[in-house]
Design a protein around this ligand. Structure first.
Ligand code: PLP
Length: 558
């Protein structure tokens, strides 16, 4: 019997669909073909060959995106009806290529240097296939046997780089189900939320007749402990995930105290000390003090050792958001910029940023292996008390085996490999800063700490004043408008990409907020020639935009 005939026989038995001519039979047959593993290798490999071609084309693009107008693009996604019958894979792939892939951002382009997303090492693509094929659910060992200790091992390796405790510590805790050295989550946002959640539950825990904030809620906890309120303190440049955390933890975003920063974008230490004293005076409970290791805007690193001292003196949880800058721990040359991180009670690091892993890998590490028991939850059908299930101390439930990428990255790139990537990014950023300094068209807005760079374009008529630092508020406003137009035009043209933010600077002894062009030099494929090409593209675009144009009222920020 021919294979297809066998399959049809089997489907018939499976579905008790007597009449092969019914439309239901045709659908069932088609759908079952998508599931049957043994019969399907040829179909699947054909699908694989087709998608591989699309991937190759996508990854080899130099331009950063297509120049389709965004509103026109949105129009192509206006239909809300689910197709009645299964769609043929070829025609679906055609649809994808024309409508989605064609107008996606080439984040791996060496000239896409404006965001924290860049090229990935080639091994992640076959590893992704493996992960999807195995479909482990790391929430519990009943659905992820080897993956649970495997993930713990990868997290322990990262923990060791941060805290460097002795061998005995790691032997004791690496696979002890009572201990949590780190939690793998979807990103830095979830990592920050978990860190503050642990800090809240630990600091307002059960005592005597009080069952703890976890069970009785925030109002009862503040009442029991006699506080007027609860706060989290950090730099005004904290990532907005802290606002989400403050909201979710029940303290409200107004209780996220944002301390001003100095000219180098670092939290102002005297102001931080004052805020702590003020909270004590007002009888406000400080859940945590957060330091930033690599601000999202400009990459600057807070003075972590000083913040650690302040937190320790106040007996408050110290969290470090190293989502971006954490991987500097791999670099002998640059890791001293993170000094003090080893004092943190918790640390956030994103794998999908400077560990060059795919989107969806955040990590939070705990200095104290039992801290995460403050958020533990159990369920009777799974995640029983004392079990090895990773889901019992987590924010998320079902979770993919993303540890595969982390573990693979740590092995296939290794300590020295990551060191090379970090060092190279910082070196290229210094090159770009030096280029900008020599070009009269641009003004560097601050010296880079690591691999983020803020600068702006100065229209010709204002260059002399800019060099003499004599720009007025009105001049700066003109320059802001021009830079916004420049960045939007560059993005639309799609040859190169730089992002945009605002930065407070001092001009004529007055603080003023200016529009800044923001470069992120993390893509290993970016060369010094690419950096020159991006700057030259901006100069060309600026020439095309006359200053009189730039004075017209502009649309709101897109
Ligand atoms: C990116 C980033 C985050 C948020 O991480 P996601 O992975 O986007 O959720 C938090 N903090 C800092 C400093 C970041 O750079």
């Amino acid at each position: 019997m021919a294979l297809s005939q066998q399959r049809q026989e089997k489907n018939k038995q499976n579905f008790f669909l007597e009449n092969e001519l019914t439309p239901q039979y045709a659908v069932a047959n088609e759908v079952m073909q998508l599931f049957a593993p043994s019969n399907n290798l040829s179909i699947e490999s054909k699908m694989g060959v087709q998608t591989d071609t699309l991937v190759d084309d996508f990854l080899s693009a130099i331009n950063t995106n297509s120049d389709i107008n965004f509103n026109d693009l949105v129009e192509t996604f206006a239909d809300s009806q689910v197709p009645i019958n299964p769609t043929n894979f070829d025609s679906y792939l055609d649809y994808l290529a024309n409508n989605v892939i064609n107008h996606s951002i080439h984040t791996s382009s060496p000239r896409f240097i404006g965001h924290m997303t860049s090229a990935l090492p080639c091994f992640v693509r076959p590893i992704a296939k493996l992960m999807t094929a195995m479909n482990q659910n790391v929430v519990k060992i009943e659905t992820a046997k080897a993956f649970s200790p495997y993930e713990r091992q990868a997290l322990a390796m990262m923990h060791r780089l941060i805290y460097n405790f002795p061998n005995e510590f790691y032997s004791e805790h690496i696979q002890n189900s009572q201990s949590t050295l780190g939690i793998l989550v979807s990103g830095g946002t979830a990592a920050n939320i978990i860190a503050l959640w642990c800090a809240r539950n630990k600091s307002l825990g059960a005592k005597n007749s009080f069952a703890g904030v976890e069970k009785e809620g925030l109002a009862a906890a503040l009442d029991y402990y006699g506080y007027q309120g609860a706060v989290v303190i950090g730099s005004e440049l904290m990532h907005y995930s802290f606002d989400k955390a403050a909201d979710l933890l029940g303290i409200g975003t107004h209780s996220l105290i944002k301390i001003p920063t100095n000219a180098n974008n670092q939290v102002d230490l005297p102001a931080l000390r004052q805020a702590v004293a003020d909270c004590h005076a007002k009888n406000l409970h400080i859940i945590a003090i957060a330091g930033v290791a690599g601000t999202t805007d400009s990459g600057n690193i807070d003075s972590l050792l000083d913040i650690a001292e302040i937190a320790q003196a106040a007996n408050v949880h110290f969290h470090v958001d190293a989502a971006w800058g954490g991987p500097l721990i791999f670099s002998e040359q640059h890791r001293q910029k993170l000094v003090g991180i080893e004092c943190a009670d918790s640390v956030t690091i994103d794998g999908h940023k400077q560990l060059y892993l795919p989107m969806g890998i955040g990590m939070v590490f705990m200095r104290e292996p039992y801290l995460a028991s403050s958020i533990e939850k159990n369920a009777s059908y799974t995640m029983r008390k004392g079990s090895f299930d990773l889901g019992k101390r987590a924010l998320e439930g079902s979770r993919a085996g993303m540890a595969l990428f982390l573990h693979a990255g740590l092995h296939l790139i290794g300590l020295k490999g990551y060191e090379f990537l970090i060092d190279a990014g910082i070196e290229k950023t210094q090159y770009m800063a030096a280029q900008i300094t020599t070009m009269s068209e641009f003004e560097l807005l601050s010296q880079p700490d690591i691999n983020l760079l803020l600068y702006r374009y100065i229209p010709e008529s204002l260059r002399e004043l800019a060099v003499k630092k004599q720009l007025t508020e009105t001049d700066n406003q003109q320059i802001n408008i021009f830079n916004e137009r420049l960045q939007k035009t560059q993005r639309q043209a799609g040859r190169t990409f730089i992002s945009r933010t605002t930065k407070t600077i001092t001009y004529l002894e007055k603080e003023t907020s200016v529009t800044a062009l923001r470069a992120v030099i993390a893509n290993p494929l970016t060369t010094k020639d690419d950096i020159d090409a991006v700057l030259n593209d901006q100069i060309q675009i600026a020439l095309d935009l006359s200053i009189s144009d730039s004075l017209e009222p502009t649309q709101s920020r897109a």
